[in-house]
Design a protein around this ligand. Structure first.
Ligand SMILES: *[C@@H]1O[C@H](CO)[C@@H](O)[C@H](O)[C@H]1NC(C)=O
Ligand SMILES: *[C@@H]1O[C@H](CO)[C@@H](O)[C@H](O)[C@H]1NC(C)=O
Ligand SMILES: *[C@@H]1O[C@H](CO)[C@@H](O)[C@H](O)[C@H]1NC(C)=O
Ligand SMILES: *[C@@H]1O[C@H](CO)[C@@H](O)[C@H](O)[C@H]1NC(C)=O
Ligand SMILES: *[C@@H]1O[C@H](CO)[C@@H](O)[C@H](O)[C@H]1NC(C)=O
Ligand SMILES: *[C@@H]1O[C@H](CO)[C@@H](O)[C@H](O)[C@H]1NC(C)=O
Ligand SMILES: *[C@@H]1O[C@H](CO)[C@@H](O)[C@H](O)[C@H]1NC(C)=O
Ligand SMILES: *[C@@H]1O[C@H](CO)[C@@H](O)[C@H](O)[C@H]1NC(C)=O
Ligand SMILES: *[C@@H]1O[C@H](CO)[C@@H](O)[C@H](O)[C@H]1NC(C)=O
Length: 360
């Protein structure tokens, strides 16, 4: 490059930090909880309004362990959660890149929507960093994969999916509480769940003018990894860093359930047809054996006998149509063990009703 242009380029770059090629932090740096912006201290994780992904969302690759020895008691839990967080963070990051303020106002949403999406994106970057910090240096910290979400540059679909993701996150965060070995991990999970709850409360009030509450309790689903596994649908096959552990670990890889034809609705009292939509992953039924559709809502579950011929059930009418209902196919009433779950989960968003219609 000509010296004159080099000087000009350098001068321009003084104001633009992106100009200089920045390399990824080393594993030792990432393992140092004092390295980089610190969640709860830096505004990067709250009010950064740039389009470029904030730290550590802009780093690539898995972060290798810098020490050897037994994993920390909750390393596996936070490895699973960090992989899930990459999916959630990237959803918001893609939204920040795809839309702007007018994209949302043109679609009839408040003029603060884009800013809020940026801020939630920032919070999620903070979660990436918090979960990295929770994984000991004896274990690998999973890195970013490539993701594809079904919002197709449509701001309405994006915001509907946003609400469903945030409301559903409560179910796996409460489930992960049951796996946590350390009290400090449980406290961290409650603090994260409360943050996701603020995200969905904002969305319900501002974007959907819907009741902000899910009744007296969000839905607890004990087999958190089954919900995490469901989010693999957004991960591009073969795109994850080779060093990433299998997500989630352990992975049952259950047949997914979709809402099938002949469904009259997804609210309590409606007829719901189960479609085992993956041609490869199908449940196998044994003649003469009993099967159940188990519906989780709030802290409880209700089982309904499942007819393997029609594959239709009536959603228990006594369930309050708020928050989410989670349905699974099980070979025991109440799906009392992880192994008794044969397919699913299917997440049914109840409120507002239009969320489900947008994805029907
Ligand atoms: C951790 O990072 C901080 C801030 O960059 C630095 O001052 C400190 O020396 C680092 N600690 C180690 C052990 O590298
Ligand atoms: C990542 O973003 C942070 C600010 O959020 C920036 O300081 C850092 O240089 C970026 N790193 C890379 C590798 O782009
Ligand atoms: C990382 O963990 C593996 C497996 O436990 C071990 O073999 C390796 O030595 C560790 N790496 C470092 C840098 O300690
Ligand atoms: C928002 O994006 C649209 C489409 O890319 C563009 O036409 C419009 O000028 C942008 N609005 C603002 C305020 O940047
Ligand atoms: C945003 O909308 C509010 C109320 O809907 C309005 O009072 C305010 O002026 C708007 N702000 C901008 C910057 O358009
Ligand atoms: C990803 O791989 C799974 C199984 O390996 C396959 O069923 C699925 O169709 C693939 N998805 C895409 C988008 O290629
Ligand atoms: C089940 O899902 C598959 C894949 O999406 C679809 O092709 C099929 O039409 C669905 N069947 C029913 C009965 O809903
Ligand atoms: C829908 O219900 C009708 C009447 O019960 C039945 O004949 C049909 O096979 C069902 N369709 C599917 C896809 O299950
Ligand atoms: C579902 O409810 C039944 C009855 O209260 C209970 O025995 C069972 O453990 C519950 N299932 C799960 C997975 O919590």
């Amino acid at each position: 490059m000509d010296a004159k242009y080099l000087a000009l380029f350098s001068a321009l770059c003084l104001g633009l930090s992106q100009c200089a090629p920045v390399s990824d932090p080393t594993p030792s740096q990432i393992s140092n909880t004092s390295y980089g912006p610190i969640p709860g201290e830096s505004q990067l994780y709250s009010t950064y309004h740039g389009t470029a992904a904030p730290f550590p969302g802009n780093t690539t690759g898995a972060v290798l362990n810098t020490t050897s020895g037994p994993p920390g008691p909750d390393d596996l839990l936070f490895q699973n959660l960090l992989s899930a967080e990459w999916i959630i963070f990237s959803f918001y990051q893609q939204g920040v890149e795809a839309f702007n303020t007018t994209a949302f106002t043109d679609a009839g949403f408040p003029n603060t929507t884009y800013e809020r999406i940026q801020q939630i994106r920032d919070n999620e970057a903070g979660h990436l960093r918090i979960f990295q910090d929770q994984i000991s240096s004896n274990s690998i910290k999973p890195g970013r994969c490539q993701y594809e979400y079904p919002f197709q540059d449509d701001p309405v679909r994006f915001l509907a999916l946003q609400t469903i993701i945030e409301v559903s996150s409560m179910a796996f965060l409460t489930g992960l509480e049951l796996q946590a070995k350390l009290d400090v991990s449980r406290a961290a999970l409650v603090a994260i769940a409360a943050t996701e709850s603020r995200h969905n409360t904002w969305a319900l009030i501002d974007n959907w003018a819907a009741p902000p509450f899910a009744g007296p309790s969000d839905t607890v689903f004990p087999y958190a990894n089954e919900i995490l596994d469901f989010t693999n649908v957004w991960v591009v096959n073969g795109s994850c860093p080779a060093e990433n552990p299998v997500f989630p670990t352990p992975r049952q890889n259950l047949p997914p359930i979709d809402v099938g034809a002949n469904t009259t609705g997804i609210v309590p009292g409606s007829t719901l047809a189960f479609n085992f939509s993956d041609p490869v992953r199908q449940p196998s039924f044994t003649a003469g054996k009993d099967y159940y559709a188990v519906f989780f809502h709030g802290l409880y579950n209700i089982s309904v006998p499942f007819d393997v011929q029609s594959r239709t059930v009536v959603i228990p009418p006594q369930i309050e149509p708020l928050g989410i209902i989670i349905a699974v196919l099980a070979d025991q009433e109440g799906a009392p063990t992880r192994e008794s779950v044969l397919a699913g989960p299917l997440i049914l968003p109840e409120s507002p009703a239009e969320l489900a219609q947008i994805f029907a």
